[in-house]
Design a protein around this ligand. Structure first.
Ligand code: NDP
Ligand code: 8X3
Length: 264
């Protein structure tokens, strides 16, 4: 079934990791008729990914858009600035997100707190609010998919992750409230919660220190961003009446946020 045929899809944080893989997986699954709007702050990287996708999927139109989701004014201007042929959005993948540091209270920098909340929470909410009117304008109360990337961290807080965990718990709460609020529509609200995935996530956490980032994955076999992308695209491709509401994905060695089997 070509259920994704003709869809217009927005992916936030598409310049790296899970977002990039998700964009590529959508194109791989529906290469002959799809529109992808790829957003992130690194516009040049998005342009390279757009080229890569259009190279293997001739029927996919890719629009790279520079967008910082933590800037509410940029998010509010986003839909209005889209070319007409990209405005009829069907699927929003709220993936942009980050962690900063491992500091514990009372030593967490206010700037890091603000960056994590304004990106992971306020940004995700602002994107949802920007696109929901498009979904709600459709018959039967509305149609469209909101796919939010949460985390095991939103279900189970850990030491040195209090703010990040709080942001992902907020995502989970907002997502569940949305699913209830949209109960009388055909809009699907979907949460995908990865466990440990090797991306730029830890490099960002440690401020670009790749050695520290590598250590996080030493002796374990983390998920790849493609593993999560497959789940996102699977959820989006189900029959309209099927809502993959809430999914937790671990690599084999992981059983909880901090329960890992590490080979030494
Ligand atoms: P990456 O660091 O590889 O990718 C993060 C993406 O988010 C980048 O494309 C980055 O783009 C984008 N981003 C960050 N800040 C902003 C912003 N202000 N505005 C727009 N885009 C932004 O990490 P992951 O792929 O791992 O992370 C993707 C999501 O998955 C996040 O929400 C993360 O919390 C979640 N997650 C990750 C897990 C993991 O173990 N890796 C586990 C569970 C959840 P740019 O810098 O160009 O703006
Ligand atoms: C990322 C997973 O638990 O390493 O969301 O913070 S964790």
């Amino acid at each position: 079934a070509q259920r994704l045929k003709g869809k217009t899809i927005v992916v936030t944080g598409a310049s790296s990791g899970i977002g990039k893989s998700t964009a590529i997986e959508f194109a791989r699954t529906q290469p002959d008729d799809l529109k992808l709007i790829l957003t992130a702050r690194r516009e040049d990287t998005l342009k390279e990914i757009a080229k890569e996708i259009e190279g293997f999927a001739k029927g996919v139109s890719v629009l790279p858009v520079k967008l910082d989701v933590s800037k509410v004014s940029e998010v509010e201007a986003f839909v209005g600035n889209l070319p007409q042929e990209f405005k009829d959005i069907d699927i929003l993948v709220n993936n942009a997100g980050l962690v900063k540091g491992v500091a514990q209270a009372p030593s967490i920098s206010p700037a890091d707190i603000d960056t994590m909340f304004s990106t992971n929470v306020t940004g995700l909410i602002a994107m949802t609010q920007a696109i929901l009117p498009i979904f709600k304008s459709r018959p039967d109360g509305g149609r469209g998919d909101i796919i939010n990337i949460g985390s095991i961290a939103g279900r189970e807080p850990y030491q040195g992750g209090s703010i990040y965990c709080a942001t992902k718990a907020a995502v989970r709460s907002f997502t569940d409230a949305m699913r209830r609020e949209l109960i009388a529509t055909r809009i699907r609200v979907i949460e995908v919660d990865p466990g440990q995935v090797e991306t730029e996530f830890s490099v960002v956490r440690f401020g670009g220190d790749t050695d520290k980032a590598k250590k996080v994955y030493e002796g374990v076999e983390p998920l790849t961003p493609d593993d999560i992308a497959e789940v996102v695209v699977f959820a989006a491709g189900r029959r309209e009446n099927v809502v993959i509401a809430d999914t937790l994905i671990f690599p084999n060695h992981q059983a909880a946020a901090t329960v890992m089997h590490r080979k030494t």
